[in-house]
Design a protein around this ligand. Structure first.
Ligand code: SF4
Ligand code: SF4
Length: 61
């Protein structure tokens, strides 16, 4: 499984990860992306690729 996390101190709220994750892991919470459905992550790395600020980290468990 994969552990996906967002550094809220770095996230600009651009919503790229929200709009591009194929399994809709992310929601916007108080202007920041939050991996609300992290358990659905398939490890495709799209979020880490599209995030312009490097706020998303993905770790294979
Ligand atoms: S790695 Fe892929 S499936 Fe997992 S949160 Fe990122 S975009 Fe979604
Ligand atoms: S793509 Fe990056 S900066 Fe944009 S909302 Fe997602 S985590 Fe935040």
């Amino acid at each position: 499984m994969y552990l996906v996390a967002v550094n809220a101190d770095v996230c600009t709220g651009c919503e790229e990860c929200v709009n591009n994750c194929p399994v809709t892991v992310f929601d916007m919470v108080d202007g920041k992306a939050s991996p609300t459905r992290a358990g659905d992550c398939e490890g495709c790395e799209t979020c880490t690729s599209v995030c312009p600020s490097g706020a998303v980290t993905l770790t294979e468990m």
